[in-house]
Design a protein around this ligand. Sequence first.
Ligand SMILES: NC(=O)c1ccc[n+]([C@@H]2O[C@H](COP(=O)([O-])OP(=O)(O)OC[C@H]3O[C@@H](n4cnc5c(N)ncnc54)[C@H](OP(=O)(O)O)[C@@H]3O)[C@@H](O)[C@H]2O)c1
Length: 312
Amino acid sequence: MENLRVLIVGGTGYIGKRLVKASLAQGYQTFVLHRPEIGVDIEKVQLLFSFKEKGAKLVSGSFNDHQSLVNAVKLVDVVICAISGVHVRSHQILLQLKLVDAIKEAGNVKRFLPSEFGTDPARMAHALEPGRITFDDKMVVRKAIQEAGIPFTYISANCFAGYFLGGLCQIGHIIPSTDSVVIYGDGNEKGIYVDEYDIAMYTIKSIDDPRTLNKTVYIRPPENILSQREVVQIWEKLIGKELQKTSISAEQFLSSMEGQPYEQQVGMIHYYHVCFEGCLANFEIGEEGVEACELYPDIKYTTVEEYMKRYV
Ligand SMILES: NC(=O)c1ccc[n+]([C@@H]2O[C@H](COP(=O)([O-])OP(=O)(O)OC[C@H]3O[C@@H](n4cnc5c(N)ncnc54)[C@H](OP(=O)(O)O)[C@@H]3O)[C@@H](O)[C@H]2O)c1
């Protein structure tokens, strides 16, 4: 639809800022929530005004003021929420229940995309504590959306490349070593790595597509479905050097969580399910889902090798 009006909530965040950029690039009327609570956070304020310079409209609204959220969502056709949900930074997934209430009351929104952008929480009922909180909270939000009868799309973006490729799939690392790497298990479980701007582009493509209505969109760039060992091989080829490799078993990995801060343990469980279990790629997409690269073959996604060149 031409002139689609899109509100991005959490637009100053890691994935949110890319969503704003992608929505503007698509030519949509892009609204970005400006929360008074950000106060004098100069980086966020400057970022918001840089969006305004590029054509976005800033809308004031607070999660502490229901009517302000209702007023904000009344301005648009589509709401995308990219609120934080990584414990090492901040975890606010359940705050979205307030946004769901506002969307329900406003009654005009044609599509809502809650803050997901990772592992499909519907497939993680077996996830271990304490990391399962991310999936459980996202499922609480899904339930509220569906009970309110709000049209939705859920984006399962798999691994943000910056976290996983930057660290050669090791938690706590975001710049690849040129010396050594710890291989998780046999290192052969497949993960799926996606450039963050590609995630934003696929997301924006999906918001006005009848094929994605009330579906989960899985982003599975075919060339980026790789094991940790394959990621390491790509890196070794780029730097022209073989890394020293040690390995850690699943049991050793899980027992190393003991004594770690809670937020670190949450992240470790996410890595456990991705790297030891292969939870992102070990299933076929069923009737409830669609695959983004098949839907939008015109998007030339960034391959793992292209992404990793930045670290050389
Ligand atoms: N697949 C992966 O590898 C992966 C990795 C990381 C995250 N994720 C997922 O991606 C989503 C977004 O995460 P992110 O890392 O992009 O988030 P983030 O950068 O940590 O935060 C995004 C935004 O959340 C908003 N926010 C934070 N605290 C808030 C509060 N108290 N009240 C209202 N808004 C608040 C802020 O937006 P404003 O200040 O603009 O309002 C912030 O910029 C989450 O669902 C997360 O689970 C996936």
